[in-house]
Design a protein around this ligand. Structure first.
Ligand SMILES: [Fe+2]
Length: 169
């Protein structure tokens, strides 16, 4: 039985919403723990604020279709969760693992929004396109920021570690 484009769109909205909820958890957890990497902390704080707006845009789009974000695809979130579990295990190099995971996660989100925009177009749902393009730009900005922080973060990790200071987070 065929699934229509509206239903594909609703599913994409729900999936993207689930990703953003996961994003908030992941980032808030890191912010709470971060001590020695102020640039990463600042980037995460700013992106948490952006992510609240992204979540609201998705909820508005779902509500406009008479739907809600309640149904979560468990397998889908499980995949994201596995990827992020990398950074969740306390380790001496926690900051490095979190940096790699943040880079992966932001790029995951870029793909999700690019896909959502194609699906919205196919479904003839243009009402929230501008907002989703804004969300996509924010993800691209954060992906770039994390990428730029890979080198400096690693250098700081090495400095702190070799000086016998607390370097893990
Ligand atoms: Fe993001």
């Amino acid at each position: 039985m065929a699934i229509d484009t509206r239903e594909i769109y609703v599913t994409a909205l729900k999936n993207t919403h689930a990703i953003e909820m996961q994003a908030l958890q992941i980032m808030e957890r890191q912010i709470e723990r971060l001590k020695n990497y102020p640039e990463m902390e600042q980037a995460l704080r700013r992106h948490v604020d952006e992510t609240h707006g992204q979540r609201d845009r998705l909820e508005e789009a779902l509500q406009s279709l008479g739907d809600s974000p309640s149904t979560i695809k468990e397998g889908f979130l499980g995949f994201v969760g596995n990827m992020m579990a990398l950074g969740h295990t306390p380790a001496q190099d926690e900051i490095l693992k979190n940096t790699y995971a943040n880079h992966a996660f932001e790029n995951f989100e870029i793909a999700a929004y690019e896909s959502l925009l194609v699906i919205a177009d196919a479904a003839g749902q243009s009402g929230h396109t501008t907002g989703f393009q804004q969300s996509l730009k924010e993800e691209q900005g954060m992906a770039q920021k994390v990428r730029e922080l890979v080198g400096p973060t690693t250098r700081r990790y090495i400095e702190l570690t070799t000086a016998g200071e607390k370097a893990d987070r």
